[in-house]
Every structure is written in structure tokens, then in C-alpha cells.
Write a protein that binds this ligand. Structure first.
Ligand code: ATP
Ligand code: MG
Length: 409
């Protein structure tokens, strides 16, 4: 049996990037031989094993053939006769289809090294079209390596376009799609992920609600970039620049979906887009079965981001409603993430990236003021049940009035 490093580990070493997880391929071995060496089998579908000591993944060389729609529609063939070249040709990109032995000798039948130098993301073979997930993977790699100057090869983009038009993307499971989307959003240039999906027509299929924002104008006074799609990309970029977590990035992507619903005669204004967008945000959330914290934050940011921007002008009673909606007493972290998303929204505007956002500290201060209302004295005064709730609210409102007055001197 011969063992090679493959995929990301080879690619990233050649790029001079840190290698985190190593994938191995084993040529000329049977399952029985692997088990005899102490490897532990994983997964029902693939002949993949974990190394008894390192825990790294070792896969038997295999060929793949599409046999139906979706990912279930794949047949795998692993045997000691499958060559390294045959295993590499089923991979997505040439830069991911290189192997290396323990002497660092490179096997590169599909010219991955040439494409690394040319900074091109290029498919290995026409079999690329057999798995629609590769459209998302390529867009994700484009986001990851954009800073190094990588772009998608025109013929690969064309293939991605055909795949997007074929209806195959709809066969992806929410779980597979979300894994790619969430990883792509955590890259340094997540906006490139959306741009590439849009360029090949996949965005229209996966998130038509986001695609619809391109070409929708906003008032130039608040939005020098004018286009709502361009604004959304800038907000996402700001979120990455400020190292925001996935929840915030997801909320940033979806915050303005309501603007895609505005009738053209109302352009460039978008009256009540916050509220109108909620059903779209819900639909996207559910389509990808986004984790609950991502879903919740996206809905709250969608509904309340303009409240965030107008924080300093809000009446104490409105401020209180906002804090109650976020259940800021039990969920302080979520409110922080809301503030962050609002700030990214404010910065994601052409020429305004460096502006200060005093609303952030003001909102934090308001949350603290409301949270400081002590319940104990009210209990001692004999309040209970719904009346206690009302009394707490009254005290919080008082605290917010005092806070607002103090802040405006
Ligand atoms: P990362 O740094 O994100 O881990 P990676 O290239 O190692 O990047 P993995 O998802 O770990 O990506 O997959 C390992 C290798 O398996 C890839 O480099 C690629 O060769 C191959 N591969 C993974 N998923 C697919 C797929 N859907 N279609 C084709 N090849 C794939
Ligand atoms: Mg990997």
C-alpha cells in the first residue's frame, strides 16, 4: 500500500499557508488490510478510516460515478486497483487534486501547480458537474483566496452556470449547503462568495431574495453606493474586517431583504422594509436550516436595525420595547450581536466605512440602565404575578428616562 497527502494540505503547503487538517489517500489497500493495521472505519458511505494514533482521515483511493439526482445518487468504487490518478480526477479543483508522498514528491496530473501560480480555480474534469455542491465550494475557495488574487477560470464559471440552470442545485440538502455557506461567511472576504454565486446564476436559485437586491436603488444621502446589493456586500465585508461571528455575518447578509419587495414607483425609498423583509428572512433561514442563534439574530436585526441607527432619537418607551424584544436581561450577548450588526450596516456604505457609531455605546448604556433595576425592593413592596411585571417595566422606563436625560446634557 502507498500513502499520500492530498487536497488542502498539499495546496496550502505550496501556497505557504498554515496546514491545519491533513487528508490522506491510500492506494493499493483493502478494507481488511486497513483494519488489520488498527485503522478505525468511519462513515457508512465512504471507505474512510481514522489513523489509530493521529486520528487523521485516510481514504481508500476510489472512483465515483453519478447514478441519479442529488448526493445520494453517487456510486463509489474503491479497490486496490484504483490508481492515484483515478482518485485525483474525481476531485473538484485542479489545485485540490494534487498528491504528495512522504518525500514531498508531487503527483500533479491535472496541473494544479500551474493553476496555483496562475491564481486560477479550475475544475479537474467535466465530472465536476456531477455534484452541485461544487458550485458552492468553488465560490467558498474564491472567497478564501481572493486576497491572494485567485479568480474562477472562465470555463469553470461557465460550467457552474450550466449547473445552476439545470435545476441540480435544488437537489442539495440544507445540511450540505449550510456547511458551505457558513464556512464561506467566515472567510476573510465573504462578499466574494456571494459575488461568485451571483456571477454564475446560483444566487438566483439558492437565495433569490438576496439576488433581488441587485439593481434596487436606495437614497444617495444615506447610501452613496446606491445599489442595495452592493450595500449588502459591503456590510458583509465590514463584518469580516471586524471579525464578527457567524450569527452577525448571517444577519448582515439578510438584514435588507425587504428592500427587494419595494414597488419601483416608491424607489429609492423603502418604507417599512424592516417588517416586510421578515417573511423573506424566515424563508431563507428555513431553507438552509440555519442554526437557531443565526435564525433569531437575522430576524431581530431585520426588524430592528433602523431602530439601532435611530437609537439616540428613540423615546424611552420605544427604547424599552426594543430591549424587551431582545430579552436583554437574559440574553445580553444577543443584544451585543445586534449592535454589532447595526454598526456593520452603518459602515457598509461607500466612503462611510470609518464613521463613528455612537449609537453602539448609547444602546449598551441603555441596556445597562434597564438591567440595573432591582426586583427585590418591588417584591418587598408586595408586588407579584403580572403586577410585578408591570412594576418592573415602570421602573425600567424611569431608569431609561433618566439615562436619556443624562446622555443629552
Ligand atoms: P479545507 O482547507 O477547507 O479543508 P480542503 O481542500 O482540504 O480544504 P476538504 O473539504 O477537507 O477540503 O476536502 C478534501 C479534498 O477532497 C479536497 O481538496 C478535494 O480534493 C476533495 N473534495 C472534497 N469535497 C469534494 C466534492 N464535493 N467534490 C469533489 N472533490 C471534493
Ligand atoms: Mg481538508
Amino acid at each position: 500500500m502507498r500513502i499520500y497527502k492530498v487536497g488542502g494540505a498539499v495546496r496550502d503547503r505550496l501556497l505557504g499557508k498554515p496546514v491545519t487538517d491533513i487528508d490522506w489517500v491510500v492506494v493499493g489497500a483493502t478494507t481488511e488490510e486497513m483494519l488489520a493495521k488498527g485503522f478505525r472505519p468511519v462513515g457508512a458511505d465512504f471507505p474512510v478510516f481514522l489513523h489509530p494514533k493521529s486520528g487523521e482521515e485516510y481514504a481508500l483511493a476510489r472512483t465515483e460515478r453519478k447514478s441519479g439526482r442529488g448526493y445520494g445518487g453517487f456510486t463509489f468504487h474503491a479497490s486496490p486497483e484504483v490508481s492515484l490518478e483515478e482518485d485525483l480526477i474525481r476531485r473538484d479543483l485542479t489545485i485540490n487534486a494534487m498528491a504528495e508522498d512522504d518525500q514531498q514528491n508531487l503527483t500533479d496530473p491535472y496541473h494544479g501547480q500551474r493553476d496555483l501560480e496562475a491564481r486560477l480555480l479550475r475544475h479537474v474534469s467535466p465530472a465536476f458537474a456531477e455534484d452541485p455542491l461544487r458550485v458552492l465550494r468553488v465560490a467558498r475557495f474564491a472567497a478564501r483566496y481572493a486576497a491572494l488574487g485567485f479568480t474562477v477560470a472562465p470555463e469553470t464559471l461557465e460550467l457552474m452556470r450550466q449547473l445552476s440552470e439545470s435545476g441540480e442545485l435544488e437537489a442539495l440538502t440544507p445540511e450540505r449547503s449550510w456547511k458551505e455557506i457558513s464556512r464561506a461567511l467566515m472567510e476573510d472576504q465573504p462578499q466574494v462568495f456571494i459575488e461568485v454565486l451571483r456571477a454564475c446564476g446560483a444566487l438566483k436559485v439558492l437565495m433569490p431574495e438576496v439576488d433581488a437586491l441587485f439593481g434596487v436603488p436606495q437614497p444617495p444621502a444615506h447610501h452613496p453606493e446606491i445599489d442595495t446589493g452592493a450595500h449588502t456586500l459591503s456590510v458583509l465585508q465590514q463584518a469580516a474586517l471586524h471579525n464578527q461571528p457567524l450569527t452577525v455575518r448571517w444577519a448582515c447578509l439578510l438584514h435588507d431583504l425587504g428592500k427587494g419587495l419595494t414597488p419601483e414607483e416608491e424607489w429609492p425609498r423603502h418604507i417599512a422594509h424592516e417588517f416586510k423583509g421578515l417573511k423573506l428572512i424566515k424563508a431563507v433561514n428555513e431553507r438552509f436550516k440555519a442554526p437557531r442563534d443565526c435564525q433569531e439574530l437575522a430576524m431581530l436585526v431585520g426588524e430592528y436595525h433602523t431602530h439601532g441607527h435611530r437609537a439616540l432619537e428613540l423615546k424611552p418607551s420605544t427604547l424599552l420595547e426594543l430591549l424587551q424584544s431582545f430579552d436583554v436581561y437574559r440574553r445580553p450577548q444577543r443584544f451585543e450581536e445586534f449592535i454589532a450588526a447595526c454598526e456593520m450596516d452603518a459602515r457598509g456604505r461607500e466612503g462611510l466605512e470609518q464613521r463613528s457609531y455612537p449609537q453602539a455605546d448609547y444602546l449598551r448604556g441603555a441596556a445597562t440602565a434597564a438591567r440595573c433595576v432591582a426586583v427585590q425592593p418591588l417584591l418587598e413592596q408586595g408586588f407579584k404575578g403580572p403586577e410585578l411585571g408591570e412594576a418592573i417595566k415602570r421602573e425600567r422606563l424611569k431608569a431609561l428616562k433618566a439615562y436619556k436625560e443624562a446622555a443629552s446634557v
